[in-house]
Design a protein around this ligand. Structure first.
Ligand SMILES: Cc1cc2nc3c(=O)[nH]c(=O)nc-3n(C[C@H](O)[C@H](O)[C@H](O)COP(=O)(O)OP(=O)(O)OC[C@H]3O[C@@H](n4cnc5c(N)ncnc54)[C@H](O)[C@@H]3O)c2cc1C
Length: 155
């Protein structure tokens, strides 16, 4: 088994192809992680959500981590870790361009891009559960690891 570091281009390519991963945030000393869809653009991951725990926590602490991976087999996988900052595109004129941009990218990438976030809202039963949130994770640091079969081992 050969493990190597992925280049920045390889990391970007994986994030762009996959479009989903795990978003980790933290409040006080407690981590919280959930799977999310996103759209990659150089330097940024765009997402959509309704109001819930992860949004509340990221508002309090914008430092987050996103992990995405592609596992073909025990001997063939790739994994990318992003350290970044949450920015919310609030529903006011100041952010209207960013909201439109995020929505248009999400529409291009995935049919029914809004559905999972609304499904999550149904379980909450809160007054603010239908508030829609577009956001961006600014990528500060990125690293990737890829494993492939060792030809000798393979034989
Ligand atoms: C492949 C995939 C893609 C997804 N993409 C999106 C997306 O783009 N946008 C989006 O808003 N949501 C997405 N989800 C759903 C997401 O994982 C969360 O379940 C959802 O966003 C609610 O998170 P919240 O923090 O608002 O939780 P809340 O609704 O506030 O609920 C908090 C409570 O529910 C539990 N909980 C929440 N989510 C999960 C979970 N996934 N698994 C187990 N327990 C959970 C927490 O532990 C906590 O106790 C996706 C899920 C999957 C599997």
């Amino acid at each position: 088994m050969l493990l190597r570091e992925m280049s920045r281009i390889e990391c970007d390519d994986l994030l762009s192809r996959l479009g989903y991963g795990r978003l980790a945030c933290a409040r006080d000393k407690q981590p919280y992680i959930v799977p999310i869809y996103f759209v990659f653009e150089p330097g940024c991951l765009y997402g959509f959500s309704t109001m819930g725990q992860k949004i509340e926590w990221m508002r309090l602490n914008s430092l987050v981590c996103v992990e995405a991976d592609e596992v073909r087999s025990h001997h063939e996988w790739s994994s990318v870790v992003v350290q970044g900052r949450y920015e919310e595109f609030t529903d006011n004129p100041e952010y209207s361009k960013q909201r439109q941009h995020a929505q248009s990218l999400l529409e291009q990438k995935r049919l029914l891009w809004w559905q999972t976030a609304f499904a999550a809202a149904q379980t909450r039963g809160r007054f603010d559960r239908d508030i829609t949130i577009f956001y961006c994770i600014h990528i500060d640091e990125i690293s990737g690891r890829r494993v492939s079969s060792d030809p000798v081992e393979h034989r």
